[in-house]
Design a protein around this ligand. Structure first.
Ligand SMILES: Nc1ncnc2c1ncn2[C@@H]1O[C@H](COP(=O)(O)OP(=O)(O)OP(=O)(O)O)[C@@H](O)[C@H]1O
Length: 310
């Protein structure tokens, strides 16, 4: 289980979003979104397709102009102070933004030249495992290598905040895990990370806090653990009883959220209180619980529960 959610982070807000609204025609796609990102945290934005995630982060980057609301990045307005914001905020490029013929080294040099105090690209390339690819053209890099280059380019201006949108989409599980380690390393160096993702496992592993966005609104904002504990049935208990159990007695267990009977196995959703009471009930009837498993609900369960996407 990740320790990310237990880190202490509060060093002051570096990104502030207050009552952000954006419509396209008569469709409101961001409808009063507010949150703050603390310096040094990995803040996740999670939500179904079309929820308004990219619109929100691109407004923070100053690439879209909000209809209403207030955004500050390190105290700066992303639209009015756009040039200054690009110096403190590094954004991941989209694939279409790099020419296929450019080598990794040329891309690093080109982007370093955009900043007054860029990072030295050599150790950056080394850290991201790109040293062997410096002469390779962008067009022939693997998906994982391209993502590493995008992370390097997002970091080359020594930003305080980096925005990573759909970072690991299309990567194989190995490359995805390698990328997660890189993101953790970026944060360990004091950079605040704003991460947009579809992957629950990624959000659970990396994020200190997550804003769940659905239909342009934040439906929950908490640590991964906090989101899971809001789920009805955050603890899942399954077992095979050695003798039949009274269904009414089971139904009366405290904090019980669900009961499922399948073959001779019983699965309950509940809390720690449910587990304790179940064990007492079993002991009272001298019933043994074979293959007793007690597991936590996952962020997946919380997501479905909290976005109503089930
Ligand atoms: N420039 C635009 N013009 C018109 N509609 C747009 C524009 N950009 C986004 N939209 C619409 O706004 C809604 C939110 O889009 P957005 O890209 O912010 O969602 P998202 O949560 O990032 O989705 P996904 O996970 O699919 O990338 C979508 O329905 C999208 O079609």
């Amino acid at each position: 289980m990740t320790t990310a959610s237990t880190r202490t982070t509060a060093r002051g807000a570096v990104v502030e979003v207050s009552n952000l609204r954006k419509s396209y025609g008569d469709r409101t796609v961001v409808d009063g979104v507010s949150f703050t990102v603390e310096e040094g945290e990995i803040f996740g934005i999670l939500g179904p397709n079309g929820a308004g995630k990219t619109t929100t982060v691109e407004s923070i980057e100053g690439l879209r102009v909000p209809d209403a609301g207030r955004i500050r990045v390190a105290g700066l307005d992303p639209v009015a102070d756009h040039a200054a914001v690009t110096q403190v905020l590094g954004a991941q490029l989209q694939e279409s933004e790099l020419q296929a013929k450019l080598t990794v080294r040329e891309a690093l040099e080109l982007y370093a030249a955009l900043y007054p105090n860029p990072a030295d690209w050599r150790p950056l390339a080394e850290r991201l495992g790109l040293t062997a690819q410096l002469k390779t053209r962008f067009g022939v890099l693997s998906g994982g290598q391209k993502q590493r280059l995008f992370i390097a380019l997002a970091l080359i201006g020594n930003p305080r905040v980096v925005v990573l949108d759909e970072l690991t989409t299309g990567l194989d599980p190995r490359a995805r895990r390698d990328t997660w380690e890189i993101v953790e390393d970026v944060r360990a160096r004091g950079v605040t990370v704003l991460l947009v993702t579809h992957f629950m496992e990624e959000a659970q592993r990396l994020c200190d806090r997550i804003a769940l966005i659905d239909k342009g609104r934040i439906t929950a904002l908490d640590t991964p653990r906090g989101l899971i504990s809001r789920t009805a049935g955050s603890t899942v208990i399954s077992f095979t009883p050695s003798a039949p159990l009274d269904e009414e007695e089971l139904a009366a267990l405290p904090a019980l959220a669900s009961v499922e009977y399948k073959d001779d196995r019983i699965t309950l959703g509940g809390t720690d209180d449910t587990v304790t009471a179940l064990l007492t009930l079993l002991a009272r009837h001298r019933i043994t619980a074979h293959q007793l498993r007690v597991t936590d609900a996952t962020l997946d369960d919380a997501f479905l529960d909290l976005t109503g996407a089930a």
